[in-house]
Design a protein around this ligand. Structure first.
Ligand code: IPM
Ligand code: MG
Length: 356
């Protein structure tokens, strides 16, 4: 019997190509560190819509629940863009997060040394290094709240609701404080407490939880100010904790500061070991099948999986070190620079394996 059971949700667009490279690297890591993996595949997103009519078939949820962790490629594409909201590939993504109870989304923004010049922010502003961890609440708030259409004053109107319960806020705050304890003990809470009642409860609750973490320095920023501070002085941040919608927006911004969205990994965690690991970028339908996609974000997501779900921190570190080493010489087109060797998706996967 294998040590770990992993479900692969390859998804759409470049999803299958990049997941295949991540699997190759995971297998190689297993050989080196003495563990074995058994894989199962399931459908999510557009491919699930084509095969079954819905973006998240029940079978997919069952398979994921029966595994130690899940690796996701990417979902979506123009083919499914005109479907009604609840049948779009994105609904499958939100659905799997809800079904697996993945309430904590960890999105690190780091610059790999050799890629420093890829950041659009000036060197002197980035200063030394960038290492921000955004902790986004992932199964509550306005993305999961009630919504609908109605008529107001004779005009068609639409509404969504932002609501958080204290336990929802407490558990995400604890994840963020725990991470801060393992890092530089600095946590920034981001909300819009000057306007939103839900943000006021959010902030009160974060402050309450902070009493259990006297060593962590906590500060608060309104989301608009945080968006500005991220480009003005990104070095001030260690861990950021925020709601579903604010985290969605700020993590895209932070990923750009790091230079290439093709490099950034993410982890979505439940209160057990089960997690879902995926690159931050999308399905890039324009380059799907061309063999030029950058698999490194997915490969780095595998490193996060080894660290947060499978308890293999040394194997995780080995992957991260191998990626940094390969980047000194080789680049996929999205991160290409003069003087480097240009490689495709599969070659990049092979190079990381070789470096391991
Ligand atoms: C993300 C994406 C998703 C989200 C979309 C595709 C539903 O933007 O993972 O950040 O908003 O959560
Ligand atoms: Mg997003």
């Amino acid at each position: 019997m294998a040590d770990y059971k992993i479900t692969l949700l390859k998804g759409d667009g470049i999803g299958p190509e990049i997941v295949n490279q991540a699997v190759k690297v995971l297998d190689k890591t297993g050989e080196k560190f003495g563990f074995s993996i058994e894989y199962d595949e399931a459908l999510l997103g557009g491919c699930a819509i084509d095969a079954t009519g819905v973006p998240l078939p029940d079978e997919t949820v069952e398979k994921c629940k029966a595994s130690d962790s899940v690796i996701l490629g990417a979902v979506g594409g123009p083919k499914w863009d005109t479907l009604p909201g609840n049948l779009r590939p994105e609904a499958g993504l939100l659905g799997i997060r809800g079904a697996l109870g993945l309430f904590a989304n960890l999105r690190p923004s780091v610059i790999f040394g050799p890629l420093k010049s890829a950041s659009p922010i000036k060197d002197e502003i980035i200063g030394g290094n960038l290492d921000i961890m955004i902790v986004r609440e992932l199964t509550g708030g306005i993305y999961f709240g009630e919504r609908g259409r109605k008529e107001v004053g004779g005009h068609p109107a639409a509404w969504d609701t932002e609501m958080y319960t204290v336990p929802e806020i407490e558990r995400i705050a604890k994840v963020a404080f725990d991470l801060a304890m393992k890092r530089n003990k600095k946590l920034t809470n981001v909300d819009k407490a000057n306007v939103l009642e839900s943000s006021r409860l959010w902030r009160e609750t974060v402050i309450k939880v902070s009493k259990e973490y006297p060593e962590v320095e906590l500060n608060h920023l309104y989301v608009d100010n945080c968006a500005m501070q991220l480009v003005r002085n990104p070095g001030q941040f260690d861990v950021i904790v925020t709601s579903n919608i604010f985290g969605d927006i700020l993590s895209d911004e932070a990923s750009m500061i790091a230079g290439s969205i093709g490099m950034l990994a993410s982890a979505s965690l439940s209160d057990g070991k089960l997690g879902l690991y995926e690159p931050i970028h999308g399905s890039a339908p324009d380059i799907a099948g061309l063999g030029i996609a950058n698999p490194l974000a997915t490969i780095l997501s595998v490193a996060m999986m080894l660290r947060y779900s499978l308890d293999q921190p040394k194997a995780a570190q080995a992957i991260e070190t191998a990626v940094a080493k390969v980047l000194e010489t080789y680049r996929t087109p999205d991160i290409f620079e003069e003087g480097m060797k240009k490689v495709g998706c599969e070659e990049m996967g092979d190079l990381v394996c070789k470096e391991l």
